[in-house]
Design a binder for this molecule. Structure first.
Ligand code: FA5
Length: 329
């Protein structure tokens, strides 16, 4: 009986045929197993235990054969071992995409590349020379306050005190690294993470990104700075918007004059970052001659640009990794 059932189950080519075979062997009322179970009543009492045991063995075999056949059918394989119908449409796979900040960075690099700026990288852990000193930020300047920076506590306290390290608080550090290693002219951008112990709110986060730009050559002026920033904004925000740039007087130790850069946006102005003409002291610190070359530099907040582009009202949403938020971009 078990062999017969196995053969029938194996021959079943679809769910209907298998069901028919199941009823024939395992059916509760008239299945072959049920019938032989009824026959047990006529077995002489002395043979009953052996007959019962044999019946249970056969029942187990038949049930296992049925389950095997069922698994084979649901896995899509037919009795002849053929693969499933390859012409059926496939299941669409869920694929991820780039984080909005990564998209913003890529697009910024692409636009500035067209304007002739090469992207360079700098370290996130810096020494005081690159983060402050060479940028004309003297030892007594409030920007160097340990409460305003992430200084790294060292294993070796004495060595630490002599040359403290910190997480860079601005990408302007890369200006110095580039000028130290390259004679003028330079025309670079640098994009990356910076760190400040700012309290997180709608527009501030303790880790954020900046895009730094630096152009040093003979005869570079504020007019060049403004043109490059305007072209950059036009290309980035583009479309039918007429893009205007506004400079507000400001102060940075490493630029003179210094400005805050605003861009017109929905009837008002939005602040993008700081900029200015590279201070002669900075040019001298890296061995350039301020009588020969001049330059401009700018540093814009990448998150702020991305937020304006997409209408994101809270910077914290960008870093909470909520897929429902991220999948919109
Ligand atoms: C600077 O960091 C200067 N290094 C910019 C600069 C470069 C000036 C070159 C001159 C020449 P500031 O601290 O203002 O400047 O920061 C620039 C921009 O970073 C701000 O306008 C803002 O868009 C962004 N930003 C600053 N702090 C945060 C923060 N906590 N979270 C998010 N974005 C921030």
């Amino acid at each position: 009986l078990a062999d017969e059932a196995q053969a029938r189950f194996t021959a079943a080519v679809d769910a209907a045929a298998l069901e028919e075979a199941r009823v024939a062997f395992l059916g509760a009322k008239a299945g072959k197993l049920r019938q032989s179970q009824k026959g047990l009543g006529k077995v002489p009492p002395a043979d009953k235990p052996a007959a019962g045991k044999r019946f249970n063995e056969v029942k187990t075999l038949v049930e296992a054969a049925f389950e095997g056949a069922q698994a084979r059918l649901t896995s899509g394989e037919t009795s002849s071992g053929e693969a499933f119908d390859v012409t059926l449409p496939g299941k669409a796979r869920r694929i991820g995409h780039l984080h909005p900040i990564t998209q913003t960075i890529r697009s910024m690099k692409e636009i500035m590349g067209r304007l002739g700026f090469t992207a360079v990288e700098g370290p996130e852990i810096e020494d005081e020379w690159h983060n402050f000193e060479a940028l004309n930020i003297p030892l007594v300047h409030p920007a160097r306050d340990p409460l305003d920076n992430f200084y790294l506590g060292g294993e070796n306290a004495a060595a630490e005190a002599a040359s403290p390290l910190l997480l860079r608080s601005q990408t302007s550090t890369v200006q110095i690294r580039v000028m130290e290693s390259t004679p003028p002219p330079v025309r670079i951008i640098s994009l990356g993470r910076v760190y400040r112990p700012d309290t997180a709110d709608a527009t501030h986060y303790p880790m954020f990104h900046q895009i730094e730009g630096l152009l040093v050559d003979r005869g570079v002026t504020m007019a060049d700075l403004k043109s490059v920033l305007r072209l950059f904004c036009q290309s980035y925000f583009g479309g039918d918007n007429e893009v205007h740039i506004r400079f507000r007087p400001s102060f940075f130790p490493f630029t003179e004059p210094s400005v805050e850069v605003d861009m017109n946006w929905q009837g008002g102005w939005m602040e993008m970052g700081g900029a200015g003409m590279v201070d002669p002291n900075v040019l001298r610190a890296v061995g350039y001659d301020p009588e020969e070359v001049t330059g401009f530099a700018f540093g814009l907040g990448v998150e702020r640009v991305c937020m304006r582009q997409h209408g994101i009202t809270d910077i914290r949403a960008i870093y909470q990794n909520d897929v429902r938020f991220l999948e919109q971009f």
